[in-house]
Write a protein that binds this ligand. Structure first.
Ligand SMILES: Nc1ncnc2c1ncn2[C@@H]1O[C@H](COP(=O)(O)OP(=O)(O)OP(=O)(O)O)[C@@H](O)[C@H]1O
Length: 250
């Protein structure tokens, strides 16, 4: 089966010469939810920026459902790969929630009732349909993050990539977003430092460290490998022990 996301030997140096990725391999199949973990500066954001062609591979390749991420395919790649950035304000810039969520599909030529239906469907999936005619800047941070997820869902992507989805959310909003993400029938790659969130949501975790993949396995196995965790500066929150938790993915 062709992976939804197929990263092979990806290497990248920033223009200043800093080599951020050294031959990364990552294959994600349809319906998987995968956490991308790793210490600060590991290269996680650099990797994510290659998935929808914001950065171009120095060496190696990235393909989404068999389509190479390259200039000629960027419009289609950006429809297939929905990236939810850490700061929702990077994604919301229109006067109303409706206009923001409809922006991407409208650019694909969708209009009228079909556009309205797409917008409402995406907002319903994140529980924000009541806010459709509100200005995004009047919403709370957690509500703006949900709308940012809806802007991406409205494109009906094949893979949803989330950068730190739980950051700055209160515990109830964090839980509600987890419920939303679990309910979506979409492949998910989630960059996070929130290890309990990774355990709760993602059966599989990949650790990126120093620009290379150093572990790829079940989230439970990764988080309970004390030597691996220590070596790559990953720490569980005080008092949190996966061994004593219900194992959500068994
Ligand atoms: N524009 C840039 N120019 C030069 N080097 C950069 C640039 N952006 C990032 N880097 C470097 O590339 C490396 C990887 O950075 P990246 O942002 O991908 O890490 P990260 O894993 O996402 O970190 P964090 O967890 O802190 O968000 C770091 O050493 C960083 O300093």
């Amino acid at each position: 089966m062709t992976p939804v996301l197929d990263v092979r030997g990806l290497a990248y140096a920033y223009p200043d010469g800093h080599q951020a990725l050294f031959g990364v391999d990552l294959h994600v199949h349809q319906g998987e939810r995968v956490a991308l973990l790793g210490p600060n500066g590991a290269g996680k954001t650099t990797l994510v920026l290659h998935l929808n062609g914001i950065l171009t591979a120095g060496a190696g390749s990235v393909a989404v459902s068999g389509l190479p991420v390259e200039k000629a395919n960027l419009a289609e790649i950006r429809r297939r790969v929905g990236v939810v950035f850490q700061d929702p304000d990077d994604q919301l810039f229109m006067g109303t929630v409706r206009a923001d969520v409809g922006f991407g599909p409208a650019n694909l030529g969708i209009k009228g009732d079909e556009l309205d239906a797409r917008v409402m469907r995406a907002l319903e999936r994140v529980g924000m349909e009541e806010y459709v005619d509100r200005p995004p800047h009047h919403l709370s941070f957690g509500q703006r993050r949900r709308v940012a997820v809806a802007t991406v869902l409205a494109m009906e992507p094949e893979i949803l990539v989330l950068d730190e989805p739980s950051s700055n959310l209160d515990p109830a909003s964090r839980r509600e977003l987890a419920d939303i993400l679990r309910s979506l029938d979409v492949t998910v790659l989630m960059v996070t430092h929130d290890l309990p969130y990774a355990l709760e949501l993602c059966p599989r975790s990949v650790i990126l460290s120093g620009g290379t993949v150093v572990a790829d396995g079940s989230t439970y196995d990764v988080l309970t490998d004390d030597a691996l965790m220590k070596e790559h500066r990953l720490e569980l929150p005080f008092g949190f022990d996966p061994r004593t938790m219900a194992r959500p993915h068994d």
